[in-house]
Design a protein. Sequence first.
Length: 637
Amino acid sequence: MLGASEAGLAPVPEPELPGRTGYVPAPLRLPDALTSTPSAAPRAPAARPAWMPRVRRTAAERAARLRLPACGAEQEIVDAVRGADVVVLSGATGSGKSTQVPQFLYEAGLCGPRGLRVVATQPRRVAVVATAERVARELGAADPGAARDALVAYRTRYDRGGLGPATRLVFETDGVLLRELERDLLLRDYGAAVVDEAHERSLTTDLLLGLLGRSVALRRAEFERARAAGEPDVLAPLKVVVMSATLDARALSRRELWPAPPRLVELEGRQHPVSVHFARETVLEDYAGAALEVVRRVHREAADDGAILVFLTGRREIEAFCGELRSDRTLDVRPLYAQMALEAQREAFAPTRAGRARKVVVATDVAETSLTIPGARPASGRRRLRPTARPPAGVVHVVDCGRAKRQVVVDAASGAVAHRVGWISRANADQRSGRAGRTRPGHCHRLYSSAVYAETFEASEKPELLRLPVVDVVLRVKALGVRDPSAFPFPDRPPPASVEAACESLARLGALELRRPYARAPLSELGRALASLPVGARHAATLAYAGRVAKGLAAAKRDAFAALAVACVAAASERSPFRDGAAEGERRAFRHPLGDAHARLLALGAYAAAADRAACCAARGLDEGALGRAAIPRYNT
């Protein structure tokens, strides 16, 4: 150690320390970098405008949020997102994750001064709209369905609401976000992406997860490059949160899927307990009739006046079931299924109508996830009828038939699929029972025995990627420049035979260069055109062929022919426009000797030409929702 004189500095008197008489500390030496003259003036940090999230919650909303399990884990979730680019979050049904996690990310500053957005996806349109409207109410923001340029917005294939420059929270179907990723793999408009209900494992969801993994890696690499180069306005890394109530963490945490192992967060518990009541004997045939008896018994005997949610399999069953229940004037009966018009779907979420004692919602599996259906608060006196609509309380009773419609392959050679009614999985059954415990303790009445639940039901749904044809998925993957679709990072790799069959189908359509093996063949010019169209590969090929034919027509006929081709594909892409309960005379007006496709086109023409389309559909037995979507000349996905 150098003394003061040796260091060339005058010693500074120091107080003597106990037990250290005569102690002289070493002089402080500053680093040369702090005392030397810089060769150039230091670069001033880029000025960033101050930014604060806009939150105007009422006291009632704040109190309601505090009861959600997700809010108790807010700091843990935000810390996980800040510490990792990918977070896998599992939480019980009713924990509040669907509505709260996007708000956590917004309030944590992930939108930032750049004006980025937080996007959250749902697999179904009804959940997208309902969740967006709920989050807007909690934040004290404008209703996205009634305002332009709102803080919270939604976007589905056919509908959008509130979207504008001021939007910071966007709720979308997974297909809409997938299209955005195909246009911009870096997702430059977004600071975070939340994929909800990932356990459903649809073809679109699995493809979306694979692309998000590549987007996360590219955004991180771009961030590191820009920061090393000293660029003033650096795009932050993309944050991804994958959520579900029945999460398969092994499949969604695969090393090939994400650039780094994701952070795992688990939410404990649900808001309220649910008592599950199994049937002594499983109802095999008339399960709709058995459900009707349970609803009437619950309405007659239950001490509460909470809403009843009934799960059936399709529109025909639901409409017939509702018709039976409407004979009881004390019940407020409302259907809910995916094919309904948006305004009709909103009716299921409105409070109980005035003069009715209890609400009954009869739904398909669209009501399994991300939806809290209000009912009415308990009144003093079980059958007291109020003169005005009462505020919402929620579903207390769930009646589960244990079945759902699923796509199955009916012709392996052609890859044709059809919807068939079959048993649900145990995970789906648990999702359904959780609908009853969102606002108060509830009951789930299952129309099957505990033995069937334990021994017949699968643990979870098999991913669509492993059981359905993957022609459209392979086309979209190849459009991204991936030569071999088997190398794409899906959560579960599709069977090689399925990929090979898809490639052969694309080759027959002319979408691939004619070179073997087809699995590694690039897209042809026609294939790239097919991939850009928002319909399936076969329907896209129909449009492409029509386009080639139209080129040889006179100008006066060309537009009419093109419009006819688009109408044909739109009519074929939607479900049947004829209502199940339509009279034979109503259907006869649209019969065509060349088959159902021409009958659909006639129905679409009648709808488009009608001055009063609602009246036309009612008089002719047509489905206004299906024809309305087929008539839309644009697609968002």
